[in-house]
Design a protein around this ligand. Structure first.
Ligand SMILES: [Zn+2]
Length: 278
């Protein structure tokens, strides 16, 4: 083996100095900035060779580059998790930062839920966000999912209508689909009851909630149903679903000014202005 050639090749792979350098009293190149060696003498089979080496500035630069690469990879992974987790892309915009501040109590609870997610996951503890239409329940649930994904924790935000479509598409793979939902650390089920008129839907809702329940994994459920209805359902067969929800999901009432109604009012005022009716 030609060691000299090998060393020459290795030498070429050491980054060439970018900062100013000078030659020290031993005739070796040094960095003007840190005064570290850029060249050194090695002995190999009785021969002395001058080879390039890195100073601490270059080591730091290489480390910073590694960190930047790692950070970019992490960001890519998080964006991938977000694309997978949000079946409705509009909900990707629901974040604590974009919150309009109309539900301070709910926002506070949502942030604490994220803060304490380790414990929530351990106990399979979720939330039941209930209240009128357009009060911001979906917003709060989606913000929690977004904040968890930012931390690298997986979350899926979906609803029963979508799950039902998926199951009809690939009925033979029903179990695989349900199992896949359990791969997410958090499952957000938006709009319980809105589409649960048939026995078939009721079965799907039960299957999804029961699978999550048995796996001991947390879920956040939003619903327009009142807590009273959930505690004492008019249809007693709903009990097996609601009992599981009440056992695992802490009820939080979301009430007050409706996001949607406020938007409609603003739109109406805007139209009045445009039509010269003010
Ligand atoms: Zn240096």
């Amino acid at each position: 083996m030609d060691y000299n050639k090998m060393i020459d090749n290795l030498n070429k792979r050491v980054p060439k100095p970018v900062e100013e350098t000078y030659i020290d009293e031993d005739g070796l190149m040094r960095c003007t900035s840190c005064h570290g060696k850029r060249e050194t003498i090695i002995e190999i089979f009785g021969q002395s060779r001058k080879v390039s080496c890195v100073c601490s500035c270059q080591q730091a630069a290489a480390l910073a580059e590694d960190e930047a690469i790692e950070k970019r990879a992490k960001m890519r992974k998080i964006e991938e998790m977000r694309r997978t987790g949000f079946t409705d892309k509009k909900l990707m915009e629901c974040t604590f930062e974009n919150d309009d501040g109309s539900q301070p109590k709910v926002l506070h609870i949502a942030k604490n839920y994220v803060e304490n997610f380790d414990k929530m996951k351990e106990g399979g503890k979720g939330l039941l966000l209930y209240g009128g239409v357009g009060t911001g329940k979906t917003y709060a649930a989606a913000s929690i999912a977004n904040a968890l994904i930012d931390k690298g924790i997986s979350a899926m935000v979906t609803n029963f209508a979508r799950i039902s479509n998926k199951l009809q598409e690939r009925f033979e793979k029903k179990q695989a689909y349900l199992d896949n939902l359990n791969k997410f650390d958090l499952l957000v089920l938006d709009d319980l009851a809105a589409e649960r008129s048939t026995e078939y839907m009721q079965e799907i809702v039960y299957n999804v909630i029961d699978a999550r329940y048995r796996a001991g994994l947390p879920m956040i459920i939003t619903t327009n149903l009142s807590l009273e209805t959930i505690k004492n359902p008019p249809n007693p067969t709903d009990n097996r679903i609601y009992d599981r929800i009440l056992e695992k999901c802490f009820p939080v009432e979301v009430k007050g000014a409706s996001h949607r109604r406020k938007n409609i009012k603003a739109e109406f005022e805007n139209m009045k202005g445009l039509l010269g009716l003010n």
